[in-house]
Ligand binder design. Structure first.
Ligand SMILES: [Fe+2]
Length: 338
């Protein structure tokens, strides 16, 4: 049973328990041959019924908020020669989730409806926990179907990184993942890049060190690590950097891409309208780069709220999302961020 359902089931049992208490006085009265409750008994029943109804309303609200997804569109402009326009879909943080409860078929159809030139995965397609509730077959089936329909570029997140960094805890998992995606025809970008020739786009995948995902402490990337691993951007191309954790935006800007794609924060799990996401996976409150676009110099960063979830299967005012990005060439030579 998916955790969101089991969580709802627990609340439902609690609600029934409250209703049982609410009816208790009535049943006692009937059994005692009294057909009417006194005022105190009526008031007690009323309180329990109101609480039970509020719990039911809360369950429905959380369920509706936590299920489904939006297609969020971004339009970017570049002065670079990309042959009029490029459209791609970005997904992050699937986390083994069957988003549409049908083996992700509806999710695949939604991506197809966007008619992208290619698809970019910005990490955490799998979940590197050992609980039985996470079934990587869900992610593998999705990746296989995705690769049948689209050209796919896959950058790694902290969960793929953990497979790699902790082989004693996850024996063979990283190698299995890499060989599976490569056999499926997916371009796995682990500290590497590839040129999408038709669109004059270069796509980089940067493996953020696993130490930079530590909780409750602020960490910093070693200076120059991105260019040490990936070289320098080619300014004749439109450069896209997949960097799963948006925390290091200044380092990404220094590397010099046109566009950075991140995820990881799941939009802060709960978002407060007008304020933003509440908490990051590093347990920092009100993270700066929670979702949406951020621009500095010539670099724009898009941070996805993610398409799935793990551990806390709840989203409030923070719908899961498919990101659709269209980049148009501006013949007048202007560039803008969104
Ligand atoms: Fe992540």
């Amino acid at each position: 049973m998916p955790p969101v359902f089991s969580g709802g089931f627990i609340f439902l049992k609690f609600t029934l328990f409250l209703l049982k208490i609410a009816c208790y006085n009535t049943i006692c009265c009937i059994e005692a041959g009294r057909l009417q409750l006194n005022i105190a008994e009526e008031f007690t029943c009323l309180i329990y019924i109101v609480i039970a109804l509020l719990v039911v309303a809360l369950i429905v609200f959380v369920y509706v908020q936590s299920n489904g997804y939006n297609i969020v569109e971004y339009d970017l402009v570049t002065a670079k020669d990309i042959g009029s326009s490029v459209r791609f879909v970005m997904l992050s943080d699937l986390h083994d989730t069957d988003v549409t409860h049908d083996g992700n078929r509806q999710l695949l159809n939604s991506i197809e409806s966007i008619n992208p030139d290619f698809v970019i995965l910005a990490g955490d397609m799998i979940t590197s926990y050992m609980q039985s509730s996470y079934n990587s077959d869900v992610a593998f089936d999705f990746l296989k179907e995705l690769a049948k329909r689209f050209t796919v570029y896959y950058g790694v997140g902290n969960h793929e990184q953990r497979y790699k960094a902790e082989p004693e805890r996850f024996p063979g998992k990283y190698d299995k993942l890499v060989s599976f995606v490569e056999e499926a025809g997916i371009h796995f970008l682990s500290d590497s890049y590839i040129d999408s020739v038709d669109e004059n786009v270069r796509i980089y995948g940067f493996d953020i060190p696993i130490d930079n995902y530590r909780r409750a402490v602020r960490t910093y990337l070693p200076e120059g690590i991105i260019s040490d691993r990936l070289g320098n951007v080619d300014d004749n191309k439109y450069n896209i950097l997949i960097a799963h954790n948006p925390d290091f935006f200044d380092d990404y800007v220094a590397f010099g891409p046109d566009l950075v794609l991140s995820g990881h924060l799941h939009g802060g799990i709960v978002a407060i309208p007008g304020i933003g996401g509440v908490i990051s996976p590093q347990l920092r409150l009100f993270p700066k780069y929670d979702f949406g676009t951020f621009t500095k110099g010539k670099t724009t960063m898009i941070v996805s709220r993610g398409i799935g979830w793990h551990t806390i299967p709840i989203r409030i005012f923070n719908k899961a999302e498919i990101v659709s990005v269209t980049i148009r060439q501006d013949k007048k030579g202007e560039t803008n961020g969104n």
